[in-house]
Design a protein around this ligand. Structure first.
Ligand code: HEC
Length: 175
């Protein structure tokens, strides 16, 4: 065996050790990225659940706002106003409208009728002003109901109802 050959064998041994180490670290890395990927998938999944719930809850809140506002308006036009009932409904409306601004998480347009515009810098101010305006109407209704003030209560209802169409035209998709 000459010297040159021995040297080559040593070199090869070093190379194969390096290969083994490289393999080990590749396996380690792929395990790590596998963990990262499944963790990310779980996060996305979790996020989707929240988005779905937010969509469901805001649609339910708007539907209830729609029917309850109409019933309250009718009740306020009766000779005998049932103030206990009106107060309860006013409280419910106020709670719905206050929760709404938190039910539009970023990325929740898909699967709903909300337009992307709700989240862009140029338009989101108008959207939140619209919600705040509707809320102010329901708060006014609630206070008027406490005082059994029919005129002020009707004004509150009308104020809230004056915000629906404008916002829908701008921020709600037709299909
Ligand atoms: C600031 C904006 C804004 C205001 C104010 C507003 N809405 Fe809406 N409304 C929306 C958006 C956006 C949707 C679409 C929700 C979705 O599908 O994601 C919607 C959806 C609805 C729906 C459909 C719910 C469903 O099940 O799909 C009804 C009913 C509704 N609104 C009624 C009203 C009434 C009544 C008022 C006024 C008293 C009102 N809205 C005020 C923005 C608004």
């Amino acid at each position: 065996m000459n010297k040159k050959r021995v040297k080559k064998q040593v070199v090869n041994k070093g190379a194969s050790e390096r290969t083994t180490r490289l393999c080990a670290s590749l396996i380690g890395m792929s395990m790590l990225s596998f963990t990262t990927v499944s963790w990310a998938a779980e996060t996305i999944h979790h996020h989707e659940v929240n988005v779905e719930q937010a969509i469901e809850q805001r649609q339910a809140a708007f539907s209830d706002i729609d029917s309850t506002t109409r019933s309250v308006a009718r009740a306020l036009k009766q000779d005998d106003v049932d103030w206990v009932w009106v107060s309860e409904k006013a409280d419910e409306l106020q709670q719905h409208s206050q929760r709404l601004s938190g039910l539009f998480p970023l990325g929740s347009a898909e699967g709903s009728k909300t337009k992307e515009k709700v989240w862009d810098n140029k338009h989101q101010g108008a959207f939140h002003t619209g919600l705040a305006h509707m809320d102010a109407g329901f708060v006014a209704l609630y206070h008027a109901a406490q005082k059994q003030n029919r005129q002020a209560a009707l004004q509150g209802v009308e104020e809230a109802q004056s915000t629906c169409k404008g916002c829908h035209r701008q921020f709600r998709a037709l299909w």
